[in-house]
Design a binder for this molecule. Structure first.
Ligand code: PLP
Length: 390
C-alpha cells in the first residue's frame, strides 16, 4: 500500500524487514542492500588494492555534495563528524560563550544535545529549559529571552514522543533577536524534508543511523558560512586553511579553513561516508517528501486503529505537530516489550510507553500485525484514552 511510491520494491532492499515486523527505525535503520554494497565495495578495494585513497576521498567529496543538495546548502557548509553528540559539541564550543551568557533549550529534549551545552556551565554559561509541550515554537521561547541570551538549541523531532517542533518559527525568532540557533535533526533527517536555509540555523547536527540508513559512527554538521567568526575549538591539519606541504606544524599559521572543513578532525570514517552516498541516492530516487507522506499515512492508520481500541497516543496527533514516523503508544514498556519481541515485532521502550517508528519500507500490514497482537492480549484501563482525561 502506498499512493506515494512502490513500497514493495523498496522493502526488498531491506531483508530484515522480511524476517520480522520492524517498527524501530527511530532506534536504528536495518541495513539496506545498496548501503551494504557501498561498504562491500570499500572492503573489497581495501582487501585487493590496499586502498585507492584518492578514489575514496573523491567519494567523500561526492557524498558531501549530495548531503549539501539534500539540505539545500553549499558543500562548503557541510562537515563530517562522528555522530550527533560530536556535532552538537562542536557547535556549542564554537559559539565561544562566556560566563553570564545563557542558552535556551527544551526540557526533556535529547540528552546528547543537552549535555553539549550543560557542559558549558563549567565556564559559567547558564542553560535554561523551557517546558516541553505538544507545540514548541517562537512563542515558547520569547518570554525567556533576556539581554544575556545568546543561543537556542533544540531537536527538530523528539525521540520519545514524536513531536515535530516548529523550528522555522524559532529560527525566525533567533534571527530577530540576533541569537544563534542550533538544531539536532537526528530523528527528522531522511524522513522530514529539511531546508537548512529556511531554518536559519547557525549549526545543524545529525547522526546517520536512522533515516539516513548508515550504520552507527557517522555524523553531519551544517555550518552557516555567513558566520565566519565561528571557529573550531579543536584543531587538526585537516581543519586548516593551509596545510603545510612538509607537514611540519607552524605555530603562526593556524587560520581555519574557509569551509566547514574547519570543524573536521583527522581521517574520515570512509566506509560510512561511502555508504551515506548510496543511501542518499536511494532516498533521492524515492523522494523524501514521498517518504514523509507514506509515513504520515501509516501513522493515520495506526492512530485510527488505536482509537478503535480506545488506546492513548502519547505525543501529538495532528500532522501539523507530529513527526510522520514516530508514535508512542501508552502501553507500559515493561509489560509489553517482551511480548512484542516473542511475536517478532521490534519496537522500542520509551518514557511513556512503546515507541513505534516507521521507515520507508514499512507497510500498513506491519501496523495491522502490531494492532492484532495488542487486540489479542487486551489492554488495561491505564492505557485507555479515558484515563488521560481523569
Ligand atoms: C534527537 C536525537 N539526537 C541524537 C541522537 C543520537 O545521538 P548520537 O548520534 O550522538 O548517538 C538520537 C538518538 O539516538 C536522537 O533521537
Amino acid at each position: 500500500m502506498s499512493g506515494h511510491y512502490d513500497v514493495d520494491a523498496v522493502r526488498k532492499e531491506f531483508p530484515a524487514a522480511e524476517r520480522m515486523t520492524y517498527l524501530d527505525s527511530g532506534f536504528q535503520a536495518p541495513l539496506a542492500r545498496p548501503v551494504k554494497a557501498a561498504i562491500d565495495l570499500f572492503l573489497r578495494e581495501g582487501l585487493e588494492t590496499a586502498g585507492p585513497k584518492s578514489v575514496w576521498l573523491d567519494r567523500v567529496e561526492q557524498t558531501r555534495a549530495k548531503v549539501a543538495r539534500f539540505l539545500g546548502v553549499s558543500a562548503d557548509e557541510i562537515a563530517f563528524t562522528k555522530n550527533t553528540s560530536e556535532s552538537m559539541n562542536i557547535a556549542a564550543n564554537a559559539l565561544r560563550l562566556r560566563a553570564g551568557d545563557n542558552v535556551l533549550m527544551v526540557h526533556g529534549d535529547h540528552p546528547n544535545n543537552a549535555y553539549a551545552f550543560l557542559n558549558l556551565q563549567r565556564k559559567g554559561v547558564e542553560v535554561r529549559f523551557v517546558p516541553m509541550t505538544d507545540v514548541v515554537d517562537a512563542a515558547s521561547f520569547r518570554p525567556h529571552i533576556d539581554t544575556n541570551t545568546r543561543a537556542i538549541s533544540m531537536s527538530h523531532v523528539t525521540f520519545h514522543a514524536g513531536h515535530r517542533f516548529d523550528i522555522e518559527s524559532v529560527g525566525g525568532l533567533c534571527a530577530e533577536k540576533g541569537l544563534h540557533f542550533i538544531v539536532d535533526v537526528m530523528q527528522a533527517i531522511g524522513v522530514v524534508p529539511i531546508d537548512a536555509k529556511a531554518i536559519r540555523a547557525s549549526f545543524i547536527g545529525s547522526g546517520s543511523h536512522k533515516g539516513l540508513l548508515v550504520p552507527q559512527g557517522l555524523g553531519l554538521l551544517y555550518w552557516d558560512s555567513a558566520h565566519a567568526e565561528l571557529e573550531p575549538a579543536y584543531l587538526a591539519a585537516a581543519s586548516l586553511a593551509e596545510i603545510p606541504a612538509d607537514l611540519i606544524a607552524r605555530p603562526d599559521k593556524l587560520t581555519p579553513a574557509p569551509s566547514a572543513r574547519r570543524f573536521e578532525l583527522g581521517n574520515f570514517n570512509l566506509p560510512a561516508i561511502h555508504a551515506l552516498g548510496a543511501s542518499l541516492d536511494l532516498i533521492a530516487q524515492i523522494g523524501v517528501e514521498n517518504i514523509q507522506n507514506h509515513c504520515f499515512d501509516l501513522g493515520d492508520h495506526l492512530i485510527a486503529a488505536l482509537d478503535a481500541l480506545d488506546i492513548r497516543l502519547v505525543g501529538p496527533r495532528e500532522r501539523k505537530h507530529r513527526a510522520p514516523h514516530i508514535y508512542v503508544v501508552a502501553l507500559p514498556a515493561a509489560e509489553w516489550l517482551g511480548y512484542f519481541e516473542e511475536n517478532g515485532v521490534r519496537v522500542s521502550p520509551e518514557r511513556d510507553g512503546i515507541r513505534v517508528s516507521f521507515g520507508m519500507f514499512n507497510t500498513s500490514a506491519d501496523v495491522d500485525r502490531l494492532i492484532e497482537l495488542i487486540r489479542r492480549r487486551g489492554v488495561k484501563t491505564s492505557s485507555k484514552v479515558a484515563e488521560k482525561a481523569a
